[in-house]
Ligand binder design. Structure first.
Ligand code: F6R
Length: 249
């Protein structure tokens, strides 16, 4: 596992964009399709801004890109301003001119969310291994919406969001009651089907959970601890989130 503690969230975004750009340029040269695993929330916002800037100003070409998202709230349609499909459209897809048939997210308003989770698992399974998977991390150690619980489901599933997650995400809604209490999330199996996992964490609220990577334990109480088992993980933090890592000393 590689740890990079950078000055601020801007530097974090630039570094993550560099990693994505490198793989995109090398695959674009060969005319190969690039599979990007993407996350929502505040952590990757500056990264998406940077990718859009490189697309506009430096010609970073997304025409060979397919994207696969981690999760979606149950009950929100794609036109709801807090659905993750809406977020992706607003914060990335519309700006990089990616065709709609090359972006994948679970359907939040599917009639049968359990069935939708199974459909998404199969769909993602049939896609090639992703080149990069971008992750944020919850203050409780969740990755995607794999919440601390025992047992953890390995495959895409419908999850009850913890009180902590609902409260943390209420900042995006008018009030806590509006936050969906369930979501469809990839399990660890699909998250691990990526050649390189890049986890972004910024701000003081993430410092405690980030410092837990320094212990040697793997526990379902902290789903992110399973990342220690993946062969290629880069954790990029700003100084605030990375203050417990002490890797630059
Ligand atoms: C989002 C996701 C979540 C977030 C995490 C951190 O698709 O899967 O795991 O990455 O909740 O959220 P932010 O970045 O808003 O702090």
């Amino acid at each position: 596992m590689e740890f990079l503690v950078l000055k601020d969230s801007k530097e974090v975004a630039v570094k993550a964009a560099d990693i994505i750009e490198e793989i995109m340029r090398s695959k674009n040269e060969k005319g190969e399709e690039i599979y990007l695993g993407l996350a929502t929330g505040s952590s990757p916002l500056k990264l998406y801004e940077e990718l859009i800037r490189r697309h506009r100003e430096e010609g970073l070409d997304f025409s060979n890109v397919t994207t696969v998202n981690l999760d979606e709230y149950v009950g929100l349609s794609e036109s709801h301003s807090q659905s993750y499909r809406y977020y992706m459209r607003e914060n990335l897809f519309n700006e990089i001119e990616i065709p709609i048939n090359k972006v994948y997210l679970p359907k939040g308003n599917a009639d049968n969310p359990e069935e939708e989770a199974r459909r998404y698992e199969k769909l993602v399974d049939e896609l090639p291994v992703r080149d990069i998977q971008i992750l944020g991390i919850g203050v409780n150690g969740h990755i995607a919406f794999n919440e601390p619980e025992n047992p953890l489901s390995s495959v895409t599933h419908v999850v009850n969001l913890t009180k902590e997650t609902v409260e943390a995400n209420s900042r995006f809604f008018n009030n806590v009651d509006e936050v969906p209490k369930t979501a469809i999330t990839m399990g660890l199996k699909q998250i691990f089907r990526s050649k390189h996992i890049v986890l972004i964490a910024t701000g003081n609220t993430k410092s405690e959970v980030v410092s837990k990577f320094m212990d040697n334990y793997i526990t379902t109480d902290n789903p992110s601890s399973f990342l220690k088992l993946h062969p290629k993980v880069t954790i990029i933090t700003d100084e605030k989130a990375g203050k417990g890592l002490k890797v630059n000393d």
